[in-house]
Design a protein around this ligand. Structure first.
Ligand SMILES: Nc1nc2c(ncn2[C@@H]2O[C@H](COP(=O)(O)OP(=O)(O)OP(=O)(O)O)[C@@H](O)[C@H]2O)c(=O)[nH]1
Ligand SMILES: [Mg+2]
Length: 348
């Protein structure tokens, strides 16, 4: 299951109370105050980590709680601090705080989601809820006229709240294909992105997103994703990592080497890719997709394209050469139109 939005409750640790204590030595039964301070409460921290790519860790419980600080101790010792609770979240997490607000028109209290933070920077630590401060012990309340203070402070509560987590998509379209199909070449052809291109499999190991300008201020985003191989849905060839990136694309382009280089069969290639996507997630397999038949500059392509059209009759197919630029105008026109429809309907 792919969880891309969820409500959570988070509470940071309470600060420990200050201590009320008087020193008791062997020969000084009534010593001065020596109650130490309480320790601070732990923070609830979100750590942006690209190796996680869903919110499913939060799904079963939905509670993010950090440890309370310990109370102060005698001999002016500070209580132990509560431990921070660190949760790993995927990049692109958008957080709103759920607050209650009085609606003057309806006269009712209603819940609204206020934008709170967008976490995009990899490795970033974001304090969602700050831990409470430890209270001061009675040693701090001593003065020349007040030798035996019984005052101490309580620790302050940690911040708490309810939040809405939502995982934003990384791109309008994602390029899905076997290694060497020409995905990176296509991205570099239509955007300013400069992914590495080479004649060996798994050249691309991290997704890269490029912006495509369609003119008239219209633009779209396209993600180049590492190649999938047979068995990807069982994590062969790092398949799970790559499929998780594909999950974050609103629609998919299946890129195939139409020339069938190295003895490949483009029809079988698309079938393999569709199978892997479906095995990984039925939701993903229902997303809008179309085929880009690449490498039409090579003579073997024509016959294969006829076979592809025959096998995938109802699927849009655009034939291109990412290398020479042939067919790229048609590709961009179609993509512009699809992305436009997507923003109207919310989905393709
Ligand atoms: N003849 C021809 N070669 C192409 C075309 N597009 C890409 N290639 C070549 O195919 C090889 C693979 O291209 P890439 O763009 O790196 O392929 P990729 O799909 O990104 O591969 P991975 O990152 O390994 O998944 C390179 O040698 C490209 O020059 C094309 O339209 N025609
Ligand atoms: Mg590549």
């Amino acid at each position: 299951m792919f969880v891309d939005q969820i409500k959570v409750y988070a509470r940071a640790g309470k600060g420990g109370d200050g201590s009320m204590h008087f020193h008791r030595g062997k020969f000084r039964p009534k010593g001065g105050p020596d109650g130490g301070d309480g320790g601070r409460g732990g923070d609830v921290i979100l750590r942006v980590d690209p190796s996680t790519n869903s919110l499913r860790n939060f799904f079963f419980n939905g509670k993010l709680v950090a440890e309370d600080g310990n109370g102060g101790r005698d001999n002016q010792k500070t209580g132990r601090s509560g431990e921070d609770a660190i949760y790993r979240v995927p990049p692109g997490l958008s957080i709103s705080r759920i607050v209650e607000r009085f609606n003057e028109e309806t006269g009712e209290v209603e819940e609204v989601a206020e934008p709170f933070a967008d976490l995009t920077e990899i490795g970033q630590d974001f304090v969602l809820c700050k831990g409470g401060k430890g209270g001061r012990g009675n040693v701090h309340f001593k003065s020349s006229t007040h030798q035996a203070p019984r005052e101490f402070e309580e620790g302050t509560p940690g911040e708490e709240g309810r939040f809405h987590f939502e995982l934003r998509s990384i791109a309008d379209v994602g390029l899905v294909g076997l290694p060497n199909a020409g995905k990176s070449t296509l991205l570099s052809r239509v955007s300013a992105a400069r992914p590495k291109i080479a004649n060996y499999p798994f050249t691309t190991l991290q997704p890269m997103v490029g912006v495509i300008e369609f003119g008239n201020f219209r633009r779209g985003t396209m993600a180049d994703i590492p190649g999938l191989i047979e068995g990807a849905s069982q994590n062969i060839g790092l398949g799970h990592d790559f499929l998780r990136h594909i999950m974050r694309c609103r629609s998919l382009i299946f890129v195939v080497d139409a020339a069938g280089s190295e003895g490949r069969d483009p029809v079988a290639d698309i079938e393999t890719l569709r199978t892997e996507v479906k095995l990984y997630s039925t939701e993903l397999s229902k997303r809008h997709w179309f085929i880009v038949a690449n490498k039409i500059d090579l003579p073997e392509a024509a016959e294969n394209i006829a076979r592809l059209k025959e096998r995938f009759k109802r699927i849009k197919l655009i034939a291109i050469s990412a290398d020479t630029g042939e067919g790229i105008d048609e590709f961009k026109t179609y993509l512009d139109q699809r992305i436009g429809e997507m923003s109207v309907h919310g989905t393709m």
